[in-house]
Design a protein around this ligand. Structure first.
Ligand code: HEM
Length: 433
């Protein structure tokens, strides 16, 4: 049972990203056999093959007509998402325009009971703020008045669980294995307690974050903050698949909440103890996207890197975003129309039990010396079992993925997402039982 109250314009959103709003979004993945024998190839070869793809030369950058101005949803500054319930909000919630991910580190020697007190305090703040009320002793309560679908989702890192009850740590709650592509920085990795704060209004996010951190101050310090965004609310139809800063339609083959398989992928039985029942796991990867070198790639090379068209996200063997890709199709010179080393082909699990639910945000940071872009993706994926679902996909991408030429993971963290709670309770209470 999910906890979201229907929002006025989220009750029956047009089908995401389809060129016809009335057209049903097709869900579910064909379980085609992946032929991955080709091995790695250099950029030159990839670009060469890419330019030979039929009918994919420079599709042009104009947005599809259905995304034109004038079709935006209604403003909903006072919209609220219920806080109390069996599951935490912020996962099945239709992604808000802004998302801050804040990782806290518990102060050294913090007693176990104090962790409980911290969670009680933050639960109370989150419950109030998400409903448009000021937090406890809120000095700027006026800023809480427009929650704009604010959600605060709590995640527990390995350190917090070990402090409370190490016997209850799920086997997957640990840092991910090291990957060859990783260039991880401590300032974007790990953490004991995660606060995922999402809203359609950035001022609301900033205020909620400040209130939560004020109350957490004597228990914990801030380890990292990652500030993410999608398109501003109202700029396109609700439910449209997001675009990342490469310009790609990102999230098409995603088991979104209303689709078949979502329940199992995110909330299904995983290898976790009872206190995570009705909870899930979250992997956050901060991934740099090198727009400076991406600029050197033409449109057909860009299409080939993922195996989908830049203009509408359709697979290179189809015309509509939600067409099922056909990996058997060859182009006129005998290369697969969707390359074996394209991101989609490599990321697509052959085994349905390995699927993940992505809910990413873009970030735009300061450029490194000599560059003009500091952009990337706060890749956030939810799955009931990190080791069974996420890790095999990341391992395949680590071995071979055309996108690796422009992307570098620089942060990594894994959290258990406990279930929700009822009024009077607090998030994570079953861990203390
Ligand atoms: C900056 C890094 C990344 C970018 C720009 C990116 C972009 C994309 C794009 C454009 C698609 C195709 C549309 C879609 O179905 O969403 C896609 C698909 C996908 N990506 Fe990524 N991605 C990135 C990193 C990752 C990572 C780290 C993982 C997991 C370890 C991942 C897993 C997937 C999966 C599972 C799919 C769907 C494959 C399918 O079944 O068709 N991606 N990604």
């Amino acid at each position: 049972m999910t906890r979201e109250a229907p929002q006025e314009d989220h009750d029956n959103p047009p089908q995401p990203g389809t060129s016809d709003p009335a057209k049903p979004r097709r869900r579910g993945l064909a379980r085609r056999h992946l032929i991955l024998g080709g091995g790695a190839a250099g950029l030159g070869a990839l670009a060469g093959a890419a330019t030979l793809l039929p009918g994919r030369a420079s599709d042009g950058g104009a947005p599809p007509s259905d995304m034109a101005a004038g079709q935006a949803g209604e403003p909903h500054g006072t919209g609220t998402v219920p806080f109390f319930g069996a599951r935490q909000a912020g996962i099945d919630t239709d992604a808000q325009a802004h998302g801050n991910f804040v990782a806290l580190e518990l102060r050294p020697e913090l007693p176990r009971e104090r962790v409980g007190a911290l969670l009680r305090l933050l639960t109370d703040d989150a419950a109030r703020l998400t409903q448009g009320l000021g937090a406890l002793a809120d000095t700027e309560a006026e800023l809480a008045a427009s929650p704009a679908r604010l959600t605060v989702t709590f995640g527990f890192g390995p350190g917090l669980v070990d402090l409370v009850d190490p016997a209850q740590r799920p086997p997957w709650l640990m840092p991910l294995p090291a990957f060859g592509i990783d260039r991880l920085r401590p300032e974007f990795s790990g953490g004991d307690l995660l606060l995922q704060i999402c809203s359609d209004d950035p001022l609301t996010v900033a205020h909620a974050q400040r209130m939560l951190l004020k109350d957490a101050r004597s228990f914990a310090t801030v380890k990292w903050v990652q500030q993410g965004f999608r398109r501003a609310y109202g700029t396109e139809r609700p439910g449209t698949t997001m675009r990342n800063l490469f310009g790609q339609v990102d999230g098409t083959s995603n088991p979104v909440p209303s689709s078949e398989g979502h329940e199992e992928v995110v909330w299904g039985a995983g290898s976790h103890p009872a206190w995570v029942e009705n909870g899930t796991s979250l992997v956050i990867r901060r991934i740099e996207m090198n727009l400076d070198t991406w600029d050197e790639l033409d449109r057909s090379g860009r299409d080939a890197s993922v195996g989908r068209r830049m203009d509408n996200g359709a697979p290179l063997t189809g015309t509509d975003e939600f067409d099922e890709p056909d990996f058997q199709v060859l182009n006129t010179v005998g290369f697969p129309a969707i390359e074996d080393f394209s991101h989609m082909r490599r990321a697509r699990p052959e085994d349905p039990s390995q699927r993940i639910f992505r809910r990413a945000y873009n970030y735009d940071g300061a450029p490194a010396a000599g560059q003009i872009s500091g952009s990337g993706l706060i890749f956030a994926s939810y799955q009931s079992d990190v080791a069974r679902q996420f890790t095999p996909i990341q391992q395949r991408l680590d071995e071979l993925d055309m996108l690796n030429q422009w992307t570098v993971p620089i942060g990594s963290a894994v959290f258990a997402i406990p279930p929700g709670c009822e009024e009077g309770g607090f998030i994570g209470e079953h861990l203390f039982a």
